[in-house]
Design a protein around this ligand. Structure first.
Ligand SMILES: NC(=O)c1ccc[n+]([C@@H]2O[C@H](COP(=O)([O-])OP(=O)(O)OC[C@H]3O[C@@H](n4cnc5c(N)ncnc54)[C@H](O)[C@@H]3O)[C@@H](O)[C@H]2O)c1
Length: 433
């Protein structure tokens, strides 16, 4: 995997293609299918439906019927016209009768077949399978980050991304800082700080939900419900959340690290319900030019909260959270007016669906989604093993954390011991390749 092949920007030249390539129906309605009807899926479907285009949600798929029903209920609860809740006609854009609600592990295939554009918002472990299928079926895609949880999944996404480009299918990845005004303005001015010689990023906060085991659940169902705590499904929080900050550093650097070393562990996340993930990681990433990126992420209640990125250059610094640029003496040389900030979650859908409606091929985010997902995985491999890990070796390792089969009674990649606890990586002992 050459670094350069992962450097494609998200906005391509926009050749016009006949709209016949885009819509499966005879009118100009853009049909969407939602795969993964949880919190983010509900939000993303809403944002797609609130764009100015003629959109219809025609199919929904989820592993679990209760999650699909809750999502359908939320989407059809009110007729609104924008994210502020102004009255409108959202309901008329939702046309998902019983026969187009699909559940189970193969639900995605049936829903994808009915749409022009698919929204992929399951836990990231399934993304490579779902993305591959969407591209095979010739659909445009909005998919959430991360795009995979292991190097084998990254390779699948890169292979499907190459086919998406041949087929001119638009792909947007939910790394929404690329669609946020302040980040776009800072990026335009990044040369003000000269050459970027080091960088820092943080995702430090209290952590996320736990979904406790319920009586009668198979091990597969339990892990799918409580997915955050299983690496094959989630990738650990260094991937699931910190990817946003890691991606910003990659974006501004214009590349991906060549190696990583770091440390991590679990201080407070020690219960059975916490599966196998760590609660803190500190990674030193090194880019090809020798510059160092220090990354930290922590999920520990009661500790300092900080989610931000800082780029340090030969002539100054970019403070992403504060949306300002200083010279090397600390004088502000640019300050973005935060009153002009947009809702990047809405913008990514506005721009994607506008391009599709016009028959334009404009977005190819999958390569970068894979690059930043792989960077986070590289960091995790470094903290889990306590070794220095090289990008080339890791991405070509073939490491595949997934189960051999997907059904409710299938053997899961990790199983609890007799006391209900899962094996946790031990730096210095754990090895992957
Ligand atoms: N860009 C952002 O800021 C942002 C914010 C939140 C979540 N996300 C991402 O969105 C994704 C989903 O997160 P969430 O918070 O909505 O989780 P969630 O648990 O609320 O929803 C996930 C849904 O996917 C379903 N699902 C699981 N496996 C499936 C399968 N094989 N086929 C079909 N459906 C399946 C689950 O049943 C559930 O309804 C994650 O990748 C997460 O990182 C991104």
């Amino acid at each position: 995997m050459k670094q350069s092949s992962l450097l494609a920007g998200s906005i391509l030249a926009a050749p016009l293609i006949s709209s016949a390539n885009f819509f499966s129906g005879s009118d100009d309605t853009i049909k969407i299918a939602l795969i993964g009807c949880g919190g983010r899926g509900t939000g993303a479907a809403m944002q797609a439906l609130l764009t100015k285009q003629n959109i219809k949600l025609v199919a929904m798929a989820d592993a679990f019927r209760d999650n699909l029903d809750n999502c359908y209920k939320a989407l059809t609860a009110e007729d609104i016209s924008d994210t502020s809740g102004k009255p409108g006609n959202l309901k008329s854009r939702i046309d998902v009768p019983e026969e187009r609600k699909f559940t189970g592990f193969d639900a995605y295939q049936k829903a994808i077949a009915l749409a022009d554009v698919v929204i992929l918002t399951t836990p990231p472990g399934f993304r490579p399978i779902h993305f591959e299928e969407a591209i095979k079926q010739g659909k445009h895609v909005f998919m959430e980050k991360p795009v995979a949880t292991d190097p084998a999944g990254i390779q699948r996404v890169l292979a499907a991304a190459a086919i998406a480009k041949q087929k001119k299918l638009n792909v947007v990845v939910g790394l929404q800082r690329h669609y946020q005004n302040s980040y776009r303005e800072l990026f335009k001015r990044k040369d003000l700080i000269g050459e970027i010689t080091s960088s820092q990023a943080w995702w430090n906060n209290d952590g996320v939900w736990v979904r406790p085991r319920k009586p009668g659940q198979t091990e597969m169902e339990y892990q799918m419900r409580n997915w955050y705590y299983f690496v094959w499904l989630c990738g650990d929080h260094i991937l699931e959340q910190h990817i946003h900050n890691i991606d910003v550093i990659n974006w501004f650097k214009g590349g991906y690290p060549v190696k990583a070393q770091g440390m991590g562990g679990r201080q407070v996340r020690k219960g059975k319900e916490h599966g196998e993930i760590f609660d803190h990681h500190y990674v030193e990433f090194e880019y090809a030019d020798g510059s160092i990126f220090n990354s930290q992420c922590r999920h520990i209640p009661g500790t300092m909260s900080k989610v931000d990125e800082l780029l340090i250059g030969t002539k100054g610094k970019i403070y992403c959270g504060a949306a300002k640029i200083t010279d090397s003496k600390g004088n502000a040389i640019y300050q973005y007016d935060t009153k002009m900030e947009n809702n990047p979650y809405q913008t990514e859908h506005d721009e994607l669906f506008a391009a599709i409606a016009k028959g334009e091929y404009k977005f190819a985010d999958a390569d970068n989604g894979a690059g930043s997902s792989m960077t986070s995985i590289l960091g995790r491999l470094a903290t889990y093993t306590g070794q220095a890990v090289e990008w080339d070796k890791a991405i070509n390792s073939g490491l595949d954390l997934h189960p051999k089969a997907y059904d409710w009674n299938a053997v899961t990649p990790v199983v609890p011991n007799a006391d209900g606890f899962y094996p946790v990586a031990v730096p210095g002992v754990t090895k992957f390749f």
